[in-house]
Design a protein around this ligand. Structure first.
Ligand code: NAD
Ligand code: G3P
Length: 345
């Protein structure tokens, strides 16, 4: 049933002008007016002048309906839907910092994939603390920024308690027009967040395996058991099992683990090739969410006594200085002994 009493947004506000925020802004601006805000005024002025994001998406010209601005107040005054794509470790602080310009009618749609730094809390628990009266949701799923910006067919999952509102009031204009960005709706915000954050950790593990010189068999085993670890932890927090079979679960895991566009996978590859985490982050030069997600996932796992062998090994490499070779051989031993997540093999 369509809720008709709510206003339909005329313009979408995208907050965060890195690769993903810019890509989403480009995709939406092919259909409706969009304002893209970024926190660096010089970078925004350059983008406005060149009509492209030369740093993250060079060569992709902005559609006419895309307005570039460094004026957050103006965006929030004009837009009901705020699509937020800042790095996950900055998200809680960012949400607090924009409070003066947010009112109760704003819908906060979070595209960042992660958990609260250090505490590992879900963003769906933090947002109501900061914005008790606002509708909010999450968008996730297999989507490399560049391909979204190119306009290549992409399917995304959107989770919210206010799914009817977001489906019929926010995305209705997108549905009316044939365009390559498709949205699928679920209510399971926990499952979506768990899957989006932890697939990054599994992608690091897969990159590590490939970087160490293992082959396709090992990659498939790590992905399969990685999905099992994601699903185990998610269900302990009340997520629905079906979410992990969907776009934001299996879909995004496959994408991130198997294509070198993924920064998390490339990070793992570099670790496997002998670079330190610090060196690897520097080489990639963009946000590597899995680095933070690994620490936060372990915090989440400890609270419910979840046993996550692959994620534990990635944690040991990143934060306990364990060598990738040693971590891998310990994992392989656990396969041999039928222990841990490999029990069903
Ligand atoms: N790039 C992708 O393909 C992709 C796809 C899906 C989801 N995401 C998610 O989108 C989020 C953003 O990632 P990205 O790929 O755009 O990162 P990016 O590294 O391309 O860009 C990050 C941007 O965030 C800005 N930034 C940093 N701290 C900020 C702050 N405190 N306030 C406002 N802006 C800040 C930086 O200046 C930069 O412009 C991440 O959570 C990521 O997981 C990315
Ligand atoms: O480049 P990554 O590893 O951050 O992955 C980007 C997206 O999350 C893929 O959906």
């Amino acid at each position: 049933m369509v809720e008709t009493h709510l206003p339909q947004p005329q313009t979408i506000g995208v907050l965060g002008a890195g690769s993903y925020g810019t890509a989403l802004a480009i995709a939406f601006a092919k259909v409706m007016p969009v304002m893209l805000w970024g926190h660096n005024p010089e970078a925004m002025a350059q983008m406005a002048e060149k009509r492209e994001n030369s740093q993250y998406l060079p060569g992709i010209t902005f559609p006419e309906k895309l307005e570039i601005t460094a004026d957050l107040e103006q965006v929030c005054a004009k837009c009901t839907l705020l699509l937020i794509a800042v790095p996950s470790h900055a998200l809680p602080e960012f949400l607090r910092s924009i409070k003066p310009v947010i009112n109760d009618s704003h819908f906060l749609l979070i595209a960042s994939k992660g958990l609260e730094p250090k505490t590992g809390r879900f963003f769906s628990d933090i947002i109501p603390e900061i914005y008790p009266n606002n509708r909010f949701g999450f968008v996730s799923g297999p989507s490399f920024a560049k391909e979204v910006a190119y306009g290549w067919p992409t399917a995304l999952a959107v989770a919210s308690k206010d799914i009817k509102f977001i489906r019929y009031e926010i995305f209705a204009p997108m549905h009316k027009i044939r365009q390559p960005l498709k949205f699928y709706y679920v209510e399971d915000m926990i499952g979506l967040q768990v899957a989006g954050a932890i697939k990054n950790v599994i992608a690091i593990a897969v990159g590590l395996s490939d970087g160490l010189g293992f082959g396709a068999n090992t990659r498939a085993a790590v992905i399969t058991h990685g999905l099992e670890e994601i699903s185990t932890l998610g269900k302990l927090y009340g997520a629905e099992a079906s979410t992990f079979q969907g776009l934001s679960g299996f879909g995004d895991l496959i994408l991130t683990c198997t294509d070198d566009q993924s920064r998390n996978r490339r990070f793992g590859l570099l670790l496997g090739q002998g670079y330190s985490p610090e060196q690897a982050i520097q080489i990639i030069g963009q946000v590597v969410e899995g680095y933070y997600n690994t620490r936060e996932t372990m915090t989440l796992a400890q609270k419910v006594n979840a046993d996550l062998p692959i994620i534990q090994k990635v944690y040991d490499i990143l934060f306990n200085k364990k060598s990738p070779k040693r971590a891998a051989s310990e994992l392989l031993l656990s396969i041999h002994n039928g222990e841990g997540s490999f029990t069903n093999l």
